[in-house]
Write a protein that binds this ligand. Structure first.
Ligand SMILES: [Zn+2]
Length: 224
């Protein structure tokens, strides 16, 4: 599924660099979108998979930490759980990872991670939140999940936000396990923007090529 060939490293490195640049632009005062391909949220520190090679959202959050911020949130609205991002920050109390996604226990990738009882370990306990949804869930459940993640991140006092912006939860997506409408993505964008934080949005999944750009623009529209 996740092939390696000529150009793979150059593409993965450029994708990660795009995310780091978006993080710097966000801290400079305006929301920034990174069109990162290949995506990243399934990549761990030492492993790749699920079409991901380097964890772009993790790179963005790290760039924000290295710029001097003490606490950063990554909120992942891709239809699938970002097992790589969770693994990277699982024992840390400086980067919150929250994800709303299809229930991995119902046969969906990444299968072995993304369950509700994974809340972080050690110092990181309370800094990881998973909200798995039954397959077929629509706007109401999805947006309730996004709102819950925003509330938890705010309660932790995060100073900046990275959004793992997958749009494969769309009802029109041919591979989607969820049924989120275009209006649902717009509303998700508004919820994320209302946090009022410096924000970098990093592209993750999305497979309906004809409307992919529209779905991304729906989310970005929330940021004005
Ligand atoms: Zn996905």
């Amino acid at each position: 599924m996740t092939l390696v060939g000529p150009g793979t490293w150059e593409a993965a490195l450029a994708s990660a660099a795009t995310a780091a640049t978006a993080a710097r632009l966000a801290l400079a005062g305006r929301p920034a979108y990174a069109l990162s391909r290949p995506p990243g949220h399934h990549a761990t520190r030492d492993g790749f998979g699920g079409s991901c090679y380097l964890n772009n959202a993790g790179v963005a959050a790290t760039a924000m930490r290295e710029a001097g911020l003490e606490r950063v949130a990554i909120i992942d609205i891709d239809a699938h759980h970002g097992n790589g991002t969770q693994a990277i920050f699982y024992d840390r109390a400086d980067v919150f990872y929250g994800s709303v996604h299809v229930d991995p226990g119902r046969g969906w990738f990444p299968h072995f991670m993304g369950f509700a009882d994974e809340v972080g370990s050690g110092a990181g306990e309370g800094w990881n939140r998973n909200l798995p949804l039954p397959p077929g869930s629509g706007d109401d459940a999805f947006l309730a999940g996004v709102a819950e993640l925003c509330a938890q991140a705010s309660a932790l006092g995060v100073q900046a936000l990275v959004v793992s912006l997958g749009v494969d939860a769309a009802e029109l997506d041919p591979e989607s396990p969820l049924r989120v409408s275009r209006g649902g993505f717009s509303a998700a964008g508004r919820l994320l923007a209302e946090m009022g934080l410096p924000t970098a949005l990093v592209q993750e999944g999305g497979y309906h090529l004809e409307i992919l750009g529209l779905l991304v623009a729906d989310v970005l529209g929330g940021f004005g």
